[in-house]
Design a protein around this ligand. Structure first.
Ligand SMILES: [Zn+2]
Length: 315
């Protein structure tokens, strides 16, 4: 990645609006071309990026330098590698001048559909560019729907083309961007997009992590340091849903009340086949049939020889 691309990335991911970069607010987009990596305002943006993505940068710094990362604003080999790590395209910091538009105080209300007490959100999935099979998708989907049900929001899939709150689509995104999604405006009728890049699906758990992350933005979650809303995926091939340790879980509980969606509403959850009710017992055979000869043993197992059964003579 070259200097221009790095500065563009820092701009698009909001690191000119970071509290760590107060001078950044006075930079306008058309001034970006004049900036270099040695300018103080760019170094502050780099330091802000290093700080926000410390969880990912630590691993890279450990490999390059044998120590954890230092957010010093210098673009060394570990930081250069960090800029190429696949990440979500949504900004880590909102432009404070536009922060109000971006919502963040609430999310999808309850009672938008038939059930008055439930936060229900309807979504569609456009699978035209989906890179894997339907059966793998169902595994991913069910993991994510369950994660959201447990924090109190019921995602209901509706047919592609019908009006929905969230439209998910595989779409080729720029550079190392693997996902992009919109915040909602807190109304039942809002419609927002959720994009995932078809080049990304290393395994089902990481794919679940990515979809869960982008839906997180659709629920009005910002990026956090660590957890599912970290700008890069740090799940390490294991999807655990919204855990107690995730910094976004308390916010989701606040949005959706925190009561898990009752299991009988988990429409994706395959119910085990109920055991077939016991029928009438099979008729027990009556009488004794003997084909050939009858071998009789005593109680110690010693054969008493073979017998032939003859009809009892009529008297
Ligand atoms: Zn994101």
């Amino acid at each position: 990645m070259n200097e221009r691309e790095i500065i563009r990335l820092l701009w698009e991911t909001g690191h000119f609006w970071s509290p760590l970069n107060p001078e950044g607010l006075s930079v306008s987009e058309d001034e970006l071309d004049k900036l270099t990596l040695t300018d103080e305002v760019v170094k502050k943006a780099v330091a802000s990026y290093q700080d926000f993505l410390a969880e990912t940068l630590d691993g890279l710094a450990m490999r390059e330098h044998g120590r954890v990362s230092i957010p010093d604003g210098e673009v060394g080999p570990a930081t250069l590698a960090l800029f190429s790590v696949p990440r979500c395209g949504c900004p880590d910091y909102q432009d404070p001048r536009k922060a109000e538009e971006a919502g963040g105080s609430g999310s999808w209300p309850q009672g938008c559909y038939d059930r008055p007490d439930i936060h229900e959100v309807q979504y569609t999935v456009d699978k035209r560019r989906m890179p894997r099979s339907e059966s793998e998708w169902l595994i991913v989907r069910n993991m994510v729907l369950e994660a959201y049900a447990k924090v109190g929001v019921l995602l209901v899939e509706v047919e592609l083309g019908s009006s929905a709150n969230i439209d998910t689509e595989w779409r080729v995104l720029r550079g190392s961007t693997i996902g992009l999604a919109e915040f909602n405006n807190g109304s039942c009728r809002d419609n927002v997009f959720c994009y995932v890049d078809p080049g990304f699906w290393p395994n089902n758990d990481d794919m679940a992590d990515l979809w869960c992350h982008e839906l997180g933005h659709n629920m009005n979650l910002p990026h956090t340091r660590g957890g599912i809303m970290n700008p890069t995926l740090i799940g390490g091939g294991r999807f655990n849903g919204w855990t107690e340790r995730d910094p976004s879980t308390p916010r989701l509980r606040r949005f959706f009340g925190g009561e898990p969606i009752p299991r009988n509403l988990w429409w994706w959850d395959e119910k085990p086949e109920p055991p077939s009710p016991p029928g009438p017992p099979a008729p027990s055979p009556s009488g004794i049939w003997i084909d050939g000869s009858l071998s009789v043993k005593d109680k110690d197992g010693k054969s008493l020889g073979e017998f032939i059964v003859v009809p009892k003579p009529k008297v």
